[in-house]
Design a protein around this ligand. Sequence first.
Ligand SMILES: C[S@@+](CC[C@H](N)C(=O)[O-])C[C@H]1O[C@@H](n2cnc3c(N)ncnc32)[C@H](O)[C@@H]1O
Length: 257
Amino acid sequence: MGDYDSFVAKFHTATGIDLTQYRQSQMERRLTTLRDRRGYANFTHYLEAALRDADLLAELMDRLTINVSSFYRNPERWHAFGAWIAKNREQQGTLRAWSAACSTGQEPYTMAMVFSEFMTLSQMEILATDIDPHALGVGEHGVYSRDDLEAIPASVRERFIHVFDDTKDRFNDELRARISFRLHNLLRDDFPENLDVVVCRNVLIYFTDDAKEKLYHKFSRSLRPRGILFVGSTEQIFHSETYGLSQIAPFFYTRMP
Ligand SMILES: C[S@@+](CC[C@H](N)C(=O)[O-])C[C@H]1O[C@@H](n2cnc3c(N)ncnc32)[C@H](O)[C@@H]1O
């Protein structure tokens, strides 16, 4: 077994993360740059060191999880998403939504703010999951730099956000209480069921075609009939009917009844 393949196998055993399901060229390139920067000649030595040194391992995890996110990422899509949900909401009961691979929380908070335009907070229940416990910690704390929060419309900021310190603000308790942050590996763990909405954006691009296909089936089964799947800007699903999903607009799919 080659150096990288043996690293992938040992890393899977140590962390539960199966890198064979991520696109190899991209992942190997990202990890090689970091390994070289830390002065290790091969992956075997690098992993041995990382498993003994929590900071080195955290840095390696950070490199492979790619946590980039922002509030109202692609605002026009969030606008379309809100309008569609408002129009098609069938009952006045609780709306159950999942932000899958939520990173540091910008996505589930955006979802909650968009929903708040047409329902009370007590009518929404948002599950936010990621493989990265540090990212989840940020989301749970709900504190962000004022610059990052600028993307949120001022009236919405006034309603949900208060000053935390000189440079940061925090989402209020009422909004934070609508979101549950949980550790979850999309490639390994069971999926929740009977959801009205699944948002999974900017993570499927990192996976192999095989892994993606399995995930489309699982997302489809997670949704109740007519539930909505919202994917990222470069993540259109080809032949979505194969997965029981019908496209309703670019980047939006509904589970066929
Ligand atoms: C680029 S961020 C996307 C964040 C957010 N969805 C957005 O679009 O702004 C990708 C996230 O996917 C997470 N991730 C990577 N592999 C994962 C897996 N197997 N299961 C769950 N989350 C994963 C990473 O930890 C990272 O937080």
